[in-house]
Design a protein around this ligand. Structure first.
Ligand SMILES: [Zn+2]
Length: 515
């Protein structure tokens, strides 16, 4: 049964890294607007253009409250946001050029092409470099053969068609898409290069515009950056970041992690639950509050009412924030980044010495969870009992699928029990001894037991919060060649599948002769 899933690999991976293909959006059947009339609807609009938008959203599988009623209200705005999240675009709720294009309502955006020169090309090259692809000659702003070759390498790695041409899907994967108003469809992407660059977070040792953007944001926040916005991420910038983090109440690690970048306005702010909301996102907040010692009458029931507001107020009071009872960006960022000591945990797995084979270790082939999800670098963060964190914690709702990231065998299965650290957990071991440790499952994948052979993309479990965990998340460790754990954060960050919300569905029509 499971073995037959093997062949879903190609399709599964495609739908994972390129959600467009799984929704058919790249070739939407609802071609509703002529490419020559790219006037896209906005909030408050009424009429046929809005109806076209709503129909396109519905065709893309997004729920539009009220249906295609021709009125662009908050419901439609929310539906646009959901769509944008599902394809990996910033969830603005506005029908910009790219969103319109993906919905079949607007022509393709202007993207860099072979022979072109300038800032747009430089942004493209920088994005490739940031994604770990070597660009011969560096970010020189010239789109020649070296850049085309680098694009091909990137496309191959992401299982996109390896054309060397920057199509929309490649641009989304590289996060270089300009999100501009539809009224200026011919504007070259140069006007938004700083925004695009900022989406790849600067780190120590980096130089260039994205560091300038960070430094300017710090200065705007009232933090002194020695040397000013010089574009060099050295000790002065690290120290300024630490000062900023201390000021706002985040862990002062001196790194531009996701919560810090969100508070500085360098990346999209996460969706935050509001009073009256209900569901898993509310439950995550409630669990976090409870875990930090704030009482909520009714517990983590998933309903954001007055009890939750009061607990948020109490948290804000403790941190010296304004007591609003609301999850503003700062409250949310600091709350969710707060560690309770037992918040998330290493799972007590011990590296097993294994004979080391030649060649590179089995890689992490795909992102380990179904989105939406969220994660930061918590490598070697302190944990209870003097331990340090050996993996990455991917925060996702209970029940989201967890995938095998490589072909291999389930070699250990741990069951949740009182006092357990990892709760329901498994170890997946590849042929070369490389193993992956997954923890805190709410339940195991169908038929998963010691000895199960699994294939990349197969569901081996579901996100949960079993064991020592306060928030539903996947704890994921990577032990190349069976040795000590290495930091999986940059690896999963490079794949970044959090925007892939659709379940991988290995194709049943294809069959496999494999084992
Ligand atoms: Zn963990």
């Amino acid at each position: 049964m499971f073995r037959r899933l093997a062949t879903g690999l190609t399709l599964g991976v495609l739908s994972l890294v390129a959600p467009l293909s799984s929704t058919g959006l790249g070739h939407s059947p609802v071609a509703l607007a002529s490419p020559s009339s790219p006037s896209l609807p906005r909030l408050g609009d009424r009429g046929d253009v809005v109806r076209s938008l709503q129909k396109a959203l519905i065709a893309a599988g997004v729920n539009v409250p009220g249906g295609a009623d021709g009125i662009f209200g908050r419901g439609t705005q929310g539906a646009v946001r959901t769509f944008q999240e599902s394809v990996g675009l910033p969830a603005t709720g506005e029908v910009d050029e790219i969103t319109g294009h993906l919905l079949g309502l607007a022509p393709a955006p202007t993207l860099p092409t072979l022979g072109q020169r300038g800032d747009a090309v430089r942004s493209l090259q920088q994005a490739l470099i940031d994604a770990g692809v070597n660009v011969r000659g560096g970010a020189d702003g010239i789109f020649g053969n070296a850049t085309a070759a680098a694009i091909k390498t990137f496309q191959t790695a992401r299982k996109l068609s390896s054309t060397g041409v920057v199509d929309v899907r490649t641009a989304i994967a590289l996060r270089i898409l300009p999100v501009t108003k539809s009224s200026t469809p011919s504007t070259p992407p140069t006007s938004t290069t700083s925004e695009a660059k900022a989406r790849t977070l600067a780190k120590v040792g980096d130089r260039g515009e994205k560091v300038v953007v960070l430094q300017k944001a710090l200065i705007a926040a009232g933090v002194n950056v020695r040397g000013g916005a010089d574009g060099i991420f050295g000790n002065a910038t690290t120290s300024a970041l630490r000062t900023y983090q201390e000021t706002v109440g985040l862990a002062a690690n001196g790194r531009l992690d996701d919560p810090t970048a969100q508070l500085l306005g360098l990346v999209e702010a996460p969706e935050r639950p509001r009073r009256g909301d209900s569901g898993d996102s509310v439950r995550s907040v409630q669990k976090k509050l409870i875990d930090l010692g704030f009482r909520i009458a009714g517990g983590a029931d998933g309903d954001f009412g007055s009890a939750t507001s009061r607990a948020i107020s109490a948290f804000q009071r403790e941190r010296g924030f304004e007591e609003t009872g609301k999850l503003d960006l700062r409250t949310y960022g600091v709350l969710m980044a707060s560690k309770s000591g037992s918040a998330t945990t290493d799972t007590g797995s011990t590296p097993t010495p294994t004979p080391v084979a030649d060649g590179p270790a089995t890689p992490v082939a795909i992102f380990p969870t179904q989105g939406p999800c969220w994660f930061t670098d918590t490598w070697h963060a302190p944990r209870s009992g003097g331990r340090v964190h050996q993996g990455v914690d991917i925060i996702a709702a209970t029940g989201r699928a967890v995938y095998a990231v490589a072909d291999g065998t389930i070699t250990r299965v741990f069951f949740d029990r009182p006092g357990s650290l990892g709760g329901n957990a498994v170890r997946l071991t590849a042929a070369d001894g490389t193993y992956f440790h997954y923890a805190h499952f709410s339940k195991f994948g169908e038929g998963i037991e010691v000895g199960s052979k699994v294939k990349v993309g197969q569901v081996i479990g579901y996100v949960g919060s079993t064991g020592s965990s306060s928030t539903p998340h996947l704890h994921f460790e990577y032990h190349p060649k069976g040795g000590a754990a290495v930091n999986p954060y940059p690896i999963v960050k490079a794949i970044n599948g959090c925007q892939n919300t659709e379940l991988l569905t290995p194709s049943a029509s294809e069959t496999s002769s494999a084992d």
